[in-house]
Design a protein around this ligand. Structure first.
Ligand SMILES: *Cc1c(COP(=O)(O)O)cnc(C)c1O
Length: 396
C-alpha cells in the first residue's frame, strides 16, 4: 500500500496492498473461542515458546480485534493500540501498567466520574498508589506540583462538561523534562479532532462506547501508545480478562469506517448550535472551545483540528428551569453518554456528576444550571429549533 496515502485512507484500507488478493471486503466476525493448530509442534511453538504466529484462544485476541487494533493505532498515530471490553477496562489497565505501589499520579479534579473514583479510592486502598489533585491552571507549572514519587500525569481535554482545554504540548514537554509519563483520555476530542501522541503525550485511552462506536450500541475501550507499553497492557489483559468480545469488535471496526465523516458533521452541527445558544436571551453562558471568545479557543486552535460535538450551555435561571428545558425537548434525547448519531442532552449534576459532593462540584466547576449537549447528525436546523422551543417553554 502506498505509504503516502492520507490518514483517512489508511484507516479505511490499512497498510497492506489489496492488489491480487481474494478476500472478503468486510472483515468477518471470528465468533470462535479457540483455534486449531496444524500439529503439536505448532502448538508447542505458540503456547510453550510464545512464538505467536497464529491465534490460539480468544482472550488473547482474534483476527477481528487485530484489524481493529491496527486501525486504531493508525488513527492515533501510535505504534500500537489494543481494544478492551469497556473504557474503564482500558483506563484501569493502562494506569496499572504505568505505575507501581508507592508511586503518585498527578491529575486535575475535572475527570470522568469512575476514573476519579479509581484514583481517589481504588488505587490508594487496593494498590498503594496515591493521587495528587491540582487545578487545570497548575498543570502549566508542573514542576511545582510533582514529587520524586510522581510517575504519571493523567489528563482529559476537553473536560466534561465545561469543555476546558489543557495545553497538551506544554504539559507533555514539561513532564518529559521531569521523566514523568503522560496519559490522556481522548474520548471527547476523538483522534479526528486531536492526536495527543503527535503533541508529545505518551499514552492515549478512550471510551470507544462514545464517538468511536458512535451509534449508542456497544461498550468498548482503547489504549494506544508505544509497543513496549502496549506489551505491559497485553499481559494484564491476558491475566484479568477484559478482552473485547468478537461481535463488539466487529461493530466497532465498522463504526471506525465512518468516524471521520461523523465527527466532521458533529463539529459543524455543534458550532452552529453553540452560536445559536450564545445569542439566545435565555442562555447566560455557552462553553464551546470553537467560539472565538471562549477562554480556551486559542489553546484549542493550536492543538485541535476540529472543536468537537460537545456543547454545554448555562441556562439564565436556576436548576428547575434547566430541568424544565430538558423536559420540553422533543427531538434531543434526555440520556447520559455521548458521541452517538442522535443528539443526547443531560444535566451534569444529576448524571455524570451526580455523586459528587458540593466541594467536589466546586473544584470541577460544575453548576446545576448547566445543560450538556452531545450533538448528533440530525439536520442542525431541527436541533436548534428544538432547543429554541424548549428554552421558550422553560422561561415562560
Ligand atoms: C464514558 C467515559 C468513560 C468510561 O467508559 P466506559 O466505556 O463507559 O467504560 C471514560 N472516560 C470518558 C471521558 C467517558 O466519557
Amino acid at each position: 500500500m502506498n505509504s503516502s496515502y492520507r490518514q483517512a485512507t489508511r484507516v479505511l484500507h490499512g497498510t497492506q496492498s489489496h492488489r491480487g488478493k481474494s478476500e472478503p471486503v468486510a472483515m468477518p466476525i471470528y465468533q470462535s473461542s479457540t483455534y486449531l493448530f496444524p500439529d503439536t509442534d505448532a502448538m508447542e511453538d505458540c503456547i510453550v515458546r510464545g512464538i505467536r504466529n497464529q491465534h490460539e484462544y480468544v482472550r488473547f485476541g482474534n483476527p477481528t480485534q487485530d484489524r481493529l487494533n491496527e486501525r486504531l493505532a493508525l488513527l492515533e498515530g501510535a505504534e500500537e493500540a489494543l481494544v478492551f471490553s469497556s473504557g474503564m477496562a482500558a483506563i484501569t489497565t493502562a494506569i496499572l501498567s504505568a505505575v507501581s505501589p508507592g508511586d503518585e499520579i498527578l491529575a486535575p479534579h475535572t475527570l470522568y466520574g469512575q476514573t476519579l473514583n479509581f484514583l481517589r479510592k481504588g488505587l490508594p486502598e487496593e494498590y498503594g498508589i496515591r493521587p495528587r489533585f491540582v487545578s487545570l491552571e497548575d498543570l502549566s507549572d508542573l514542576e511545582r506540583h510533582v514529587t520524586p514519587e510522581t510517575k504519571l500525569v493523567y489528563l482529559e481535554s476537553p473536560t466534561n462538561p465545561n469543555l476546558m482545554v489543557v495545553d497538551l504540548a506544554r504539559v507533555a514537554d514539561q513532564a518529559k523534562g521531569l521523566g514523568i509519563r503522560t496519559m490522556i483520555d481522548n474520548t471527547f476530542a476523538t483522534p479526528i479532532n486531536q492526536q495527543p501522541i503527535d503533541l508529545g503525550i505518551d499514552i492515549v485511552v478512550h471510551s470507544a462506547t462514545k464517538y468511536l462506536g458512535g451509534h449508542s450500541d456497544l461498550l468498548a475501550g482503547v489504549v494506544a501508545g508505544s509497543e513496549d507499553f502496549l506489551k505491559r497492557c497485553h499481559e494484564r489483559m491476558h491475566m484479568y480478562g477484559p478482552t473485547l468480545d468478537p461481535f463488539a469488535a466487529f461493530l466497532l471496526l465498522r463504526s471506525l469506517m465512518t468516524l471521520e465523516v461523523r465527527v466532521m458533521r458533529q463539529n459543524a452541527n455543534a458550532m452552529a448550535l453553540a452560536e445559536f445558544l450564545k445569542a439566545h436571551s435565555g442562555v447566560s453562558r455557552v462553553h464551546y472551545p470553537g467560539l472565538a471568545d471562549d477562554p480556551f479557543h486559542e489553546t484549542a486552535k493550536k492543538q485541535m483540528r476540529g472543536f468537537g460535538g460537545m456543547v454545554t450551555m448555562v441556562i439564565d435561571g436556576d436548576f428547575e428551569d434547566a430541568k424544565r428545558m430538558v423536559n420540553h425537548l422533543d427531538l434531543c434525547l434526555n440520556a447520559t453518554s455521548l458521541g452517538g448519531v442522535e443528539t443526547l442532552v443531560s444535566i451534569p449534576v444529576i448524571s455524570s456528576h451526580a455523586w459528587q459532593t458540593p466541594e467536589e462540584l466546586a473544584l470541577a466547576r460544575v453548576t446545576p444550571e448547566m445543560i450538556r449537549f452531545s450533538v448528533g447528525l440530525e439536520a442542525v436546523e431541527d436541533i436548534i429549533a428544538d432547543a429554541d422551543q424548549a428554552l421558550h417553554e422553560a422561561m415562560h
